[in-house]
Design a protein around this ligand. Sequence first.
Ligand code: C5J
Length: 220
Amino acid sequence: MATIKARPFDFTLNPAETALIVIDMQRDFVEPGGFGATLGNDVSLLQAIIPATAQLIAGFRKAGLPVIHTRECHAADLSDCPPAKRERGNPALRIGDPGPMGRILIAGEDGADIVPELYPVAGETVIDKPGKGAFYATPLGEILKEKGIRQLVFAGVTTEVCVQTTMREANDRGYECLLATDATESYFPDFKKAAIDMMTAQGAIVGWAATVDQIVEALD
Ligand code: C5J
């Protein structure tokens, strides 16, 4: 057991029951020409967290703890993409349209894959998810149960969309959730701050927050 001086109060980390979930660090969100950029976002903001996220992943790998990666993507025939999701807004390219990194947010295309710096190694679980939350329509819950996991450390993008949705799903399922504040980012810095404030408020109503250095130190 290790105590992390987290927000809003100490988080007692039990490494034997802990996994890292890295949410959607995909080229489609982080690199020019992908889904994030087609929505008009500045993707360079998200690129900035790659080194801290790599440090966090390295800490989990060194400690021999599970690292789980997620990818938001859809089947090639779009059978798992609700029309309401594809048709929303006025993006330059919609989900499934051909872009510079292949079809936007389609499984198996270059853009839907994880950025090379954070690429999964053999034995790590990769969850393809059609929704914002990683528990919806995926085997994540069963995988965590099988591994005896009770605590989840979160990293990835974007803080207020897929990270927050998954943390809320996990919290409702009884997991203790800790967000790595410098290994998560939003296209909107104010939204990142608000999401962390909301989740840690009211006595960690959704979860705790701490830095990558604090978390990695607790794993040693
Ligand atoms: C979004 C995500 N923002 N991974 N996806 O559409 O947060």
